[in-house]
Every structure is written in structure tokens, then in C-alpha cells.
Design a protein around this ligand. Sequence first.
Ligand SMILES: Nc1ncnc2c1ncn2[C@@H]1O[C@H](COP(=O)(O)OP(=O)(O)OP(=O)(O)O)[C@@H](O)[C@H]1O
Ligand SMILES: [Mg+2]
Length: 275
Amino acid sequence: MIAARISTAIDNALLYEDAQQAVRARDEFLSIASHELKTPLTPLRLQIQKLRYLIRRGEPAAVSPEQILAAVEKSDRQIARVVALVEDLLDISRITAGRLTLHVEPVDVAALIRDVVERFAPSLADAGCTPDLSLPPDVTIQADRIRLDQVVVNLITNAIKYAPGAPLRIRLRRESDGGARLEVQDQGPGIAAADQERIFTRFERAVADVNKVGGLGLGLYISRQIAHAHGGDLVVQSTPGTGATFVVVLPAAPPVPQRDERAPLTPPDGQETAA
Ligand SMILES: Nc1ncnc2c1ncn2[C@@H]1O[C@H](COP(=O)(O)OP(=O)(O)OP(=O)(O)O)[C@@H](O)[C@H]1O
Ligand SMILES: [Mg+2]
């Protein structure tokens, strides 16, 4: 009887501690998320105020179309940043609810990677990351094009943020089972062994100065979940001081979803699967 009561008391204490821990994690996340969302909104507001000032200044000739275009382009970049952050938050709730649905189609992985590298060419150049591509043309797999694009974008933006000023090797290979293996190798500071698993957990970051490099700590978590949803994986190999290599392996096609899997499935055309 006493033993049962002690055990209940311990359980309650542990539950209380878990709850406290969860509340702390939530508060910390809210403060990081608000900070991250505010970061692009502040310059956006300044741009809009500047535009208003320029337009209100009277004679139409006072504002050149170039000035307006520059302000609009800057604003557009800030808006894109906010949209990307909100998309990441939506992905987290989709993953948590088991609703990360794949829209599977044949994907030419080399073409997809080349497309992302072209889109990021200005940021890569600004960061001094020279891409060194090895992309054989015959790697076509069944995958979700948009989700795969998201994985490549995450790895490239991480290299830009954490490994600037050095070449970025991107190598694609066709596996013997018809799957794809992608390696994104930077020459940045690398990742300490103790952090190598932690960085794939949501909201986890391993940066010394969080104010210097922005981020929610979601990119790798989401990317690994996407790889898992395809029946593949995303891992890192790194020796601190010599850079990091992120490896994505994807099978030729995602596994066929099982009806009795825990995650709810939404396969309208039999081509979809869920994480
Ligand atoms: N190429 C890299 N070199 C060194 N450290 C890295 C690299 N990529 C990621 N990291 C570390 O892993 C952490 C988690 O990365 P992740 O992409 O999940 O989040 P983030 O970049 O901080 O934020 P987000 O991607 O959500 O904007 C980073 O904060 C950083 O500490
Ligand atoms: Mg990231």
C-alpha cells in the first residue's frame, strides 16, 4: 500500500518535472521563433516607411523608379524569409501530426540539384562558397520533387551560413539498387561528435553565437524526416576543423505505405505515402 503510494508520488513528481521541462522548452522556442520572425520584419517595415516617405515627398520626379524597385526588391526578400519560417513551423506541425504527405513522381536528381544551385548562386557567391558539382545525369528516382528540393535547399543554406569562404562539394551517385546518394561537403568548422545527433532534433542548434547566425534549428530535423518519409536517411560525417559532409540516401522509390502504420495516410492516387 505504502509502496504503491510512494510509486504514485514519484510518478507525479516525474510528470511534474517533465511538464516543467516541456514548458521551459516551449517558452524558449517561442522566444527564438519571435526573434527569428521579427528579424526580417524590422527591415521590411523600414523599407515600407522609406517608400512612403519618398512617395509623399511631393513631386513625382523626387522618387526614381530605381529607388522604388530597390526598396520593393529588398522588401520581397524579407517577406520570403518570413514565409520560409512560417512554412517550417507548418512542417513541424504536419510531421508531429503524421501528416507529411509525399507527392511522388519521377525526379531527375541531378537536374533538381543544379536548379537549386542556380537559384542560390548569388548567395553562394556572396558567402564565397564556390560550388564544385559532380552530378551524373542518370539518377532518376521516384520522389517528392518539392520536398527533395527543400532538403537540398536546407543543406546549401546551412553551408552558406556555417561554412562560408570555402568550396562546397556536391556529389551525386547512383546506388546499385537504383537509389540516389547525395553528399554535400563543406570546409567549415565542422560539428563536434557530441552535437552530431543533436542537430537533427528539432529546435536544436550548435552555434556558439546564436545572434550572429539566425535560424530556428528546424532545417535538419525537417530534412531528415523528409528522407525518412522516402525510406531513406540523412546523416552527417564530420571531424571538427575539417568541415562537415551531409549524406542523403534515397531508395529508387519510397516504400509502399502500410495501412496499419501509426501515421495517418492520405493516398488518393496510390502514389502517396506519409511520414
Ligand atoms: N554545414 C554545417 N557546418 C557546421 N554546423 C552546422 C552545419 N549545418 C548545420 N550545422 C549546425 O546544426 C544546427 C542545426 O541546423 P539546422 O539546419 O537544423 O538549423 P538552423 O540552420 O540553425 O536553423 P534553420 O535551418 O531552421 O533556419 C545549426 O544551428 C548549426 O549549429
Ligand atoms: Mg538550417
